[in-house]
Design a protein around this ligand. Structure first.
Ligand code: SER
Length: 598
């Protein structure tokens, strides 16, 4: 029987396979990590599992399976080939201190060859080659040989390729083994082998053996437990299964978007048009999902990434001659095809009007900027003419590119019309310089790392629960958490409330929290069904996104919240709570910054 291969089918097949192996399904977490200031976006399935990889017990047990929406801004420049994306879905199975390499390898093999039907001869694998700190992973290679992969198709590579994590500077990490499917394309060079990015070998699955914790000093310490963390990119596996090899954009996940772009631009998906079409399809899909999380375009953090994705799409659209307003049509197509995925994203339909309006507004703003840019361009040419300079410098071209979104091609075209040339090399140099700066900035973002659950951060986490309970007592039950961000120095808590807090209210909240700290209330955790937690009045921030079993933290009888933890054992440890700032953070929302003093 020929199965209909879709992202949804792959997910169902994967879940069924691992459920049979006693895994429980975890929910798809938000794209914006909560209670974690170290990363802007969820970038892997393991991301929401960090506390459990570090040893916290998971309410669903030690074997988990799931699908996670992810976003990787680090790959933005690679988008345009057939198989790199900013937004993508990742399937994964996890062992939290339960099974280990042997089972992981044998199940991966079974699933790839039996369930997905990849022919065994087309699969090759890589394992960790070892270095000063961690030894060569001969054990895993041995298991691959046992399932039937000949030695010639088992490669050993170093940290660049076969080591995963931590996401930031610190956190869980370990050697990995990666599985590749040979597309049958010719080798790009004599050194072409799995790990080469030419598109001959497509990486379909990664099994990470997470047994280390990288600490602040860069040392690798053994974790409390040995975990398996696997990740399979949905888009590329669907493409391979459909015989589309290295072109994810020819699968039903993307093809309606590509068709829409082709219709708007009047160009067909071939040759040089493929790249801009792919970038638009990738970026606007990502943008739709980001806006769905409540983000709007801006100049900082999430908003900046969103703005960049939308503006880059419009720029690429220019290359295709798409000049009138078109972002809405493509965004609507993303939402119209949401059934291609599992059932996780139905909310996008409900949010359609809002999402599309946000994207349209950004397009409007950007087009106004572009018009200003054209005027700027005219000014530039007339000043060059005056100085009898026949060359547009890379700096000027890059300024037009960065500030007004003018692709180099467009500047070149305009220049040519007037008998000028553009210093392209200089332009590329400027662009690289800029990329280096933004990459360094992105790295800075991950400085602290996902595993930074220091004692101070844990204290702030408990203080956040106290603060929410106090706000609800003083201001009323309409107060709901709308976001939270914790660093070593302070907590930040966003919540729904229509007006600024009066000094008296601030004082009352502080006093109430401090009273609960002084009472040294015990902090207790219980695992229960989500329904039960709601019956018992537990606050739950991510409505409708919880697994059947959840952890509930009780602070005396003052606070009760569904939460992954960890928390302090009793409130007496927290110190003195002080609100240092209260401000608006969007309509109907307030933001509090607070510190714990010794
Ligand atoms: N964390 C690993 C990855 O992202 C495996 O899930 O590839």
């Amino acid at each position: 029987m020929k199965k209909k291969i879709t992202a949804r089918w792959l997910r169902d097949e994967y879940f069924a396979f691992f459920k049979e192996k006693e895994h429980r399904v975890i929910p798809n977490s938000p794209l914006i990590p909560q209670d974690d200031s170290s990363a802007l976006f969820t970038s892997a399935g393991m991301h929401p599992l960090v506390p459990y990889l570090l040893g916290e017990p998971h309410p669903l047990g030690r074997r988990l399976v799931g699908i996670q929406k992810c976003l990787r801004t680090g790959d933005i420049e690679k988008v345009g080939d057939g198989f790199h994306h900013t937004f993508f879905e990742m399937l994964g199975n996890w062992s939290l201190g339960d099974y280990w390499k042997k089972e992981a390898v044998s199940w991966s093999w079974q699933f790839l060859t039996k369930n997905l039907g990849f022919s065994a001869e087309k699969i090759s694998v890589t394992c960790f080659a070892g270095d000063k700190e961690v030894k060569k992973d001969k054990e895993t290679a041995g298991y691959w040989e046992k399932v039937g992969i000949p030695q010639e198709r088992i490669f050993f590579l170093g940290r660049e390729d076969n080591w995963w994590g931590p996401v930031g500077k610190t956190g869980p990490c370990g050697p990995d083994t990666e599985m590749f499917v040979d597309t049958g394309a010719p080798s790009c060079s004599s050194s072409c082998q799995p790990g080469c990015s030419c598109g001959k070998y497509i990486e379909v699955w990664n099994n990470v053996f997470m047994e280390y914790l990288r600490d602040e000093k860069g040392h690798y310490l053994p974790l409390k437990q040995k975990n398996v963390d696997t990740g399979m990119g949905v888009e590329r596996v669907v493409a391979l299964l459909l015989g589309k090899k290295d072109d994810d954009y020819q699968t039903p996940i993307f093809s309606p978007l590509i068709e829409k772009i082709a219709e708007i631009s009047g160009k067909s998906y071939q040759g040089e048009w493929r790249r801009p079409m792919r970038i638009i399809a990738d970026h606007l899909r990502a943008a739709v999902f980001i806006v769905n999380e409540g983000i709007v375009p801006g100049n900082k953090e999430h908003g900046y990434v969103l703005r960049r994705l939308i503006r880059r799409s419009i720029r690429e659209g220019k290359q295709l001659g798409m000049d009138s307003f078109w972002v809405k049509a493509v965004a609507e197509e993303v939402i119209a095809n949401i059934d291609n995925y599992g059932d996780d994203y139905q909310e996008l339909r409900k949010e359609k009007t809002r999402i599309v309006a946000v994207l349209e507004e950004e397009e409007r703003k950007f087009r106004r900027t572009l018009d200003r840019g054209l005027k700027e361009l005219e000014k530039l040419f007339s000043s060059l003419e005056k100085s009898q300079e026949k060359k547009v410098s890379g700096k000027d071209a890059f300024y037009l590119y960065e500030t007004f979104g003018f692709p180099l091609e467009l500047v070149k075209e305009e220049a040519q019309k007037r008998g000028f040339v553009v210093d392209e090399k200089d332009f590329l140099r400027e662009k690289e310089k800029h990329q280096r700066v933004s990459q360094t900035a992105a790295k800075g973002r991950f400085k602290s790392g996902l595993a930074t659950r220091s004692p101070q951060i844990i204290k702030y986490h408990t203080a956040t629960h106290l603060l929410q309970a106090a706000l609800r007592k003083i201001l009323g039950k309409h107060v709901q958490q709308a976001g939270s961000n914790i660093t070593e120095e302070r907590l930040r808590f966003d919540f729904t409330h229509p007006s600024p807090l009066t000094p008296e209210q601030i004082k009352a909240v502080e006093d109430l929290v401090n009273q609960k700290i002084a009472a040294n209330l015990p902090v207790k955790m219980e695992v229960m069904s989500f329904e039960e937690s709601q019956k018992r009045g537990a606050l739950a921030f991510f409505k409708g996104r919880y697994p059947p079993q959840v952890k509930v933290y009780f602070i005396g009888d003052f606070s009760c919240e569904v939460c992954a933890g960890p928390h302090v054992k009793a409130t007496g440890q927290l110190g003195k709570f002080r609100i240092i700032k209260e401000e608006s953070c969007g309509s109907g929302k307030r933001r509090i910054y607070a510190v714990l003093e010794k």
